[in-house]
Write a protein that binds this ligand. Structure first.
Ligand SMILES: [Zn+2]
Length: 223
């Protein structure tokens, strides 16, 4: 029994180590902020520039529980077994696709063949119970995964798609996105450093945090 536990701990640790290594190797860029046309920011939790294209990872901030979702449904469900309670949250696929449109907008004219991959990644403690989605939305390849499958998903992307960016494009884009990467402490605006103030239209709408510097700074995010 003890041996089994030790083996389990070892394999978990090894898995985590392998994931960290791969992320480092692939030049993971955390918290990339891309300005939209309307002045607001798209917030990409993790971004990878690979020879096969650009991967945008979005991590929904739901509570722990079982996830049910479907493409085309505006709100998805997280069911907490412990609390025996359902909560709704806005479709993370839609959010990540809109982030990718912001990326396309700033990269217009760089390389028209650039491919985009959308990865919605649920954090540890979430289990994907039911998920219906198409492999593609327009020209964006879509994945909805649990956090432990990130390395596998990145490997699949590299294995199953041809090269569209050359080495200098990959490194150039990585440097560009690194310049858009900002610390996110959750309390301050990552763009201008002012405090964030909660805002909710009414009880039925999602809670947002707006930058106290509005309208000079248009940063805002879901709470
Ligand atoms: Zn701000």
């Amino acid at each position: 029994m003890l041996l089994l536990v030790l083996l389990w701990i070892y394999s978990e640790q090894y898995n985590k180590y392998a994931q960290d290594l791969l992320r480092e190797e692939l030049g993971e860029i955390p918290n990339v902020y891309v300005k939209r046309r309307n002045g607001y920011y798209a917030e990409i939790d993790r971004l990878y520039v690979l020879p096969q294209g650009i991967v945008a990872v979005y991590e929904p901030k739901t509570g722990k529980g079982e996830i049910s979702g479907a493409e085309g449904r505006a709100s998805w469900i997280v069911f907490s077994v412990i609390l025996d309670r359902k909560n709704h949250f806005p479709s993370p696929l839609t959010i990540n696709n809109s982030n990718i449109y912001a990326l396309k907008e700033v990269l217009r004219g760089i390389n028209p063949d650039t491919r985009y991959f959308s990865v919605v990644m649920f954090r540890q403690g979430n289990i994907i119970k039911s998920m219906k989605l198409n492999a593609k939305k327009d020209d964006i390849t879509q994945y909805v995964i649990e956090t432990r499958n990130l390395a596998k998903t990145l490997r699949n992307i590299m294995k199953n798609h041809g090269t569209v960016l050359n080495n200098s494009e990959v490194y150039g884009l990585r440097d560009y996105f690194k310049s858009l990467s900002k610390q996110n402490d959750g309390v301050h605006c990552p763009i201008c450093g002012a405090s964030l103030t909660p805002f909710q239209k009414n009880r039925m709408t999602p809670k947002y945090l707006h930058c106290a510097n509005f309208p000079n700074c248009k940063y805002s995010r879901l709470e």
